[in-house]
Design a protein around this ligand. Structure first.
Ligand SMILES: [Zn+2]
Length: 387
């Protein structure tokens, strides 16, 4: 088993002039964006504990060990968090310590499929995958909700959280406290979870047996609600979100017929108005006008260009929409600094950046992207993203 020696300082000099200049520009750009008086398209560098693919490359990490060895998971998250504050690839102030080092029991994205009993596939070079259960309609109707705390893979997650929490007890890293450990238990959309259980047949069911689909989707939504209440903020979970991996396969008619009523129903049960934010890394732009009308869609994250014509989304929905886009992984991962420059110029000239309310992200910092490509991407946005 791999163990990691934890660093005792940043590997960059936080007082170096290039760091001070970078930090000043990053702050200006972010503040201007937030104030809706943009000076340049920001490149957002989120700081989630599961963003460690670049670091896995640096240490040649075997993800089968990362996902099963809690001490290794803890060390990777701390070291990757430090490295994220050293890389000049986004508008994020560098060389600054957080108040505390947040951690997660990182079994993204299989917490819900694992709960339902889907087979999990651990792989050396990427996140955990899973297979659909592909149950028959009768089995779907008969299926009962696994225990929302200990059902299926959640038992493993619970035990690992206890172990990680014990490891961080009293621990500091670079002089700051380590923890708490977030459970990371979440779900990625109503249709997504329903497909995990019923499989692709669910799409034919929409034509052949709509009553079954209505009942089954409501049942799945009720389960997602219970899961979220069990692992989240139980008293007030807020709105029932409508971000959903898989919905791009639906026509506007099917989306309105099957999904919209259940989102409304769940929000009614929670006594919450719709939450106007959407995460959408797919190509389901044909559904956005419905979301705007039904849920007050106001901001969209993870929109991927050129899979999606972001300029058209802006034209369809209006200038007031906040868009957080990204450039397709294949372009940044497999391109050269020159092709990345060309792609970013094309995106910026397409109308996507509008007169503001547009930012780009660097995604989950997955494995296999050369650091010089990430640097070229940031440099290109600095050059072509000015207002
Ligand atoms: Zn996504």
């Amino acid at each position: 088993m791999k163990t990691l020696e934890l660093a005792t300082s940043f590997s960059i000099d936080p007082d170096a002039s290039w760091v001070r200049e970078h930090n000043a520009e990053a702050r200006d750009v972010l503040e201007a964006h937030k104030a809706d008086k943009p000076i340049r398209v920001p490149v957002i560098g989120d700081d989630y504990p599961h963003m460690h693919g670049f670091y896995a490359d640096e240490i040649d990490l075997d993800y089968r060990e990362y996902y099963t060895n809690v001490e290794l998971m803890l060390h990777v998250q701390l070291e990757a968090a430090r490295r994220r504050a050293e890389m000049c690839i986004y508008d994020r102030p560098l060389g600054e310590l957080p108040d505390r080092w947040d951690l997660v029991l990182d079994h993204h994205p299989i917490q819900t499929p694992g709960w339902l009993g889907c087979e999990l596939l651990f792989r050396s070079d990427s996140v955990i995958a899973h297979r659909h259960l592909d149950l028959s309609k009768d089995e779907c109707i008969a299926m009962e909700m696994p225990d929302a705390r200990t059902g299926g893979h959640l038992k493993v997650i619970g035990e690992m959280i206890e172990e990680m929490t014990a490891l961080c007890e009293g621990m500091t890293y670079l002089g700051r406290p380590v923890g708490p450990v977030w459970n990371g238990v979440t779900w990625h959309g109503l249709l997504n979870v329903a497909l995990d259980i019923r499989g692709q047949e669910l799409l034919s069911d929409m034509y052949e047996d709509p009553e079954f689909v209505d009942a089954f989707l409501l049942k799945v939504a009720t389960w997602c609600d219970a899961l979220e209440r069990e692992w989240g903020v139980a008293e007030n979970p807020g709105a029932f979100h409508f971000s959903d991996h898989g919905i791009e396969m639906l026509s506007p008619e099917l989306y309105e017929r099957f999904i919209v009523p259940i989102i409304h129903e769940m929000n009614k049960r929670r006594g919450a108005p719709p939450w106007p934010s959407l995460h959408h890394c797919g190509s389901g732009t044909h559904l956005f006008p419905i979301m705007q009308r039904e849920f007050g869609l106001n901001d969209i994250g993870a929109l991927t260009w050129p899979l999606v014509d972001i300029a058209k989304v802006r034209r369809d929905l209006g200038e007031h929409i906040w868009i957080y886009g990204s450039v397709a992984d294949e372009i940044v991962k497999f391109g050269t600094p020159d092709t990345i420059y060309d792609a970013v110029r094309e995106l910026m000239e397409s109308g996507a950046k509008g007169s503001g309310r547009f930012a780009l992200g660097v995604g989950d910092l997955l494995r296999g992207t050369p650091m010089e490509n990430r640097e070229a991407f940031y440099a290109a946005v600095k050059e072509f993203g000015r207002y």
